[in-house]
Design a protein around this ligand. Structure first.
Ligand code: LMR
Length: 331
């Protein structure tokens, strides 16, 4: 029979061993996303894992879940808030319930090219949007590029009238819905994981995606035409749960932020090459004709879609839209 004092000692020892073991347990960061690994976001998530585990050995473990394998895009934000996933990078089209300002990135024909997007994201307007959801326990850590979107369909789209009456898959974004209504097409909201099948079965006739998403989801196999419109942006915000992030040990958080900075530079430098490589692969597959617009045809699309800006100006803010337009001017 153990004497009470011995029992108490054993208990205390047991407790402190448990605390010690717990203190040494690595922090697990689940990073979920909806795209394939060979895409800008897919590569970024893997590089983040590699660098975090190399530089914080035993302290941090990163588990990456691509292709909606943990959460699809209808669920990932909720999962982040519940603490079931620690990092996600939804496209900027998927934030309208959390920050009206972020809708700016969906306005058609707003940015002339990715350099302009970069200038706006790095400027005061873009940086403010990263912090615009902290009252909702969401912290924006970085912007990652994918690139500009192209229209696809089973008929050639050269002028806006060609899109009339067609059903286009859109992300969960009121701006993107209005963009298609502006050319008298029918937008249908659909999660990313369902797009291939939606196109294959004719639930939708067309879509808008950067080349990397078209190729990695094999959408070119079910779309005969892609029109190189470059009409809108598909970029991402890497976000975390604010309470989780601020609760990390300071040294770990600082290192992870440094790593994310490096990963961001790498993703944003390589996204364009990845998209151009996938454009070539689509051409080589010979399933799909890629249509280049004349400047006059492209201007027609812009004229038809641009009224959407005015519709969303009260929600987004005229100043922010002005700042984005100014980013089109190279310094
Ligand atoms: C989409 O739903 O089309 C995109 O947001 C997918 C992605 O994450 O690139």
């Amino acid at each position: 029979m153990l004497r009470p004092i011995t029992q108490a000692l054993i208990c205390a020892l047991g407790l402190s061993i448990t605390t010690l073991v717990q203190a040494q347990d690595p922090i697990t960061i689940k990073f979920a996303h909806v795209v394939a690994e060979h895409t800008p976001k897919g590569q970024g998530a893997l590089l983040f894992k590699k660098l975090a585990e190399e530089r914080l050995p035993g302290k941090v473990v990163v588990q990456v879940y691509p292709n909606s394998s943990l959460f699809g895009d209808g669920k990932e934000m909720e999962a982040l808030l519940l603490g079931d996933v620690q990092l996600i990078a939804p496209s900027l089209a998927k934030f309208e319930h959390y920050s009206k300002g972020i809708q700016i990135f969906d306005l058609p024909f707003l940015f002339d090219d990715m350099a302009a997007v970069d200038r706006f994201q790095k400027g005061p307007g873009g940086q403010k949007l990263l912090r615009s959801m902290e009252d909702k326990n969401i912290t924006g850590l970085a912007y990652w590029h994918n690139g500009l979107k192209q229209l696809s369909a089973n008929k050639p789209l050269r002028v806006p009238a060609d899109a009339r009456g067609l059903k286009f898959r859109v992300q969960a974004s009121a701006v993107l819905e209005e963009q298609f209504k502006a050319v008298r097409a029918n937008p249908r909201k659909m999660s990313f994981a369902e797009v291939y099948q939606g196109l294959q079965t004719g639930v939708v006739n067309g879509a808008e995606n950067p080349y990397s998403n078209i190729f990695s989801q094999k959408m070119h196999e079910v779309q005969k035409y892609i029109t190189e419109t470059n009409h809108g942006l598909l970029d991402y915000m890497v976000i975390t749960n604010t309470k989780f992030w601020t609760g990390l040990p300071a040294d770990v958080r600082t290192e992870l932020e440094k790593i994310l900075g490096e990963v961001t530079v790498s993703v944003n430098q390589q996204a364009d090459a990845l998209n151009q490589g996938d454009k070539q692969r689509i051409l080589e597959a010979k399933t799909t004709e890629i249509i280049t617009l004349t400047p006059e045809q492209r201007a027609e699309w812009r004229t038809a879609m641009q009224p959407v800006w005015k519709k969303f100006e009260p929600e987004i803010g005229a100043d922010l839209i002005k700042a984005a337009q100014e980013a089109n001017q190279a310094p």
